[in-house]
Design a binder for this molecule. Structure first.
Ligand code: TRP
Length: 367
């Protein structure tokens, strides 16, 4: 086991998800609960696994009360599959429950926390990432995107900042004496994001789908939401695990020269090469052994990507799982299936992204 380490800005080592939920004082999500499991395969299959007040939000949504969804993106690079997780869920919920989705892009955050990233680069990545997000099929008129460095978030951020003490920020985020002061202020900005739908349209239930590493911001936002100067409802959250890297690391990330990532801009041959070369396999060393003993889908990355992303059909997934476990399906066959699925998704995504440019005006929030 590699020693785990997790902050909102970096994740490494083997993560014990259940332990985190406990430590953070959140609640494990009951994926066998029909209300939850019918909503999305990411919930049914345990990828979204923890929450705060999710069922209260869901009940409000189902009973026709005003609800919203908010999730954001820190634009430090071009996007890969792992970055899509909260947006995939938000888009599916928007379709099912017909609710507005708010999407702040924290180019300011990434400029402040990444020593080598210039502000201009963070802003450029923001513009590019926004097209990737729109390409997922969010509804125009019901989806509101803004960049921190071009939207007037400051008047809201000072309202949250006034309610967050320095010692709270220091304890929650592990700020160090040498941390630059922009970075120490940023938590007030993300708290303003989380409460943004209520700033805009009054007190109501908001759901914030996030990776579990972002939970410290939720705790702060929930702590201040009901303060008399705001008068809001505590926002709900639903936490995901991280999408593992190609070689089986706990989180897909762009370090190691891209041997762990599939970018949304990858070509069919890049995907094919990466899966064939790097995707950790649960298969046996020889075909003979594989046929005899079978493979292990639980540690096989091609299978994991099918499970969490690309094979939405439960029956097909179950058949692949049992065929691979029994040795009837080979690693080569499993990889080919995954490559074809990923490439079909990316082809459509890349076409949608080209089209997204012309509809940008329908999504960007005006002051
Ligand atoms: N900090 C998040 C990240 O690095 C991005 C983000 C900005 C965000 N504002 C948000 C996420 C609000 C959830 C809610 O990925």
């Amino acid at each position: 086991m590699k020693k785990p380490s997790m902050t909102p800005w970096s994740v490494s080592g083997d993560i014990d998800y259940n332990k985190l939920t406990k430590e953070f004082g959140a609640v494990l999500l009951d994926s066998s609960d029909a209300d939850n499991s019918d909503l999305h395969h990411l919930i049914r299959r345990g990828f979204y696994y923890s929450h705060r007040d999710f069922n209260a939000w869901l009940n409000a949504a189902k009973s026709g009360k005003k609800v919203s969804i908010l999730t954001g993106r820190g634009s430090s690079e071009k996007m890969h599959l792992g970055h899509l997780i909260p947006f995939v869920l938000s888009k599916a919920f928007q379709e099912k429950l017909n609710c507005p989705v708010y999407i702040p892009i924290s180019d300011d955050e990434k400029f402040l926390v990444k020593p080598k990233l210039s502000l201009e680069e963070a802003q450029k990545f923001a513009d590019d990432n926004i097209l990737d997000i729109i390409a997922l099929g969010f509804k125009p008129g019901k989806t509101f995107i803004f960049k921190d460095t071009s939207y007037p978030i400051y008047p809201l951020a000072i309202k949250t900042a006034k309610l967050i003490s320095y010692s709270t920020a220091k304890a929650v985020f592990g700020l160090k004496p040498e941390t630059n002061i922009g970075w120490t202020f940023y938590p007030a900005v993300q708290a303003a994001h989380i409460l943004f739908p209520q700033f805009k349209s009054g007190k109501h239930h908001t759901l914030v789908p996030i990776g579990i590493d972002q939970d410290p911001y939720m705790r702060i936002a929930r702590d201040i939401a009901q303060h008399s100067s705001l008068g809001f409802q505590k926002p709900a959250t639903i936490h995901s695990k991280f999408l593992p890297g190609l070689r089986g690391s706990s989180k897909m990330s762009s370090s190691d020269e891209g041997q762990d990532v599939i970018y949304l801009s990858d070509s069919p041959s890049e995907v094919k090469n990466k899966i064939n070369k790097y995707a950790f396999s649960g298969g046996k060393d020889t075909l003979e052994e594989h046929r005899k003993h079978g493979g292990n889908p639980d540690i096989d990355m091609s299978f994991q990507y099918l499970k969490y992303f690309f094979e939405e059909d439960d029956k097909k997934l179950a058949k692949i799982e049992s065929d691979y476990r029994s040795g009837k399906m080979t690693t080569g066959e499993l990889k080919k299936y995954a490559i074809d699925k990923i490439n079909a998704f990316l082809k459509k995504h890349q076409e949608n992204k080209k089209r997204a440019k012309s509809s940008l005006g329908k999504f960007m929030l005006k002051n």
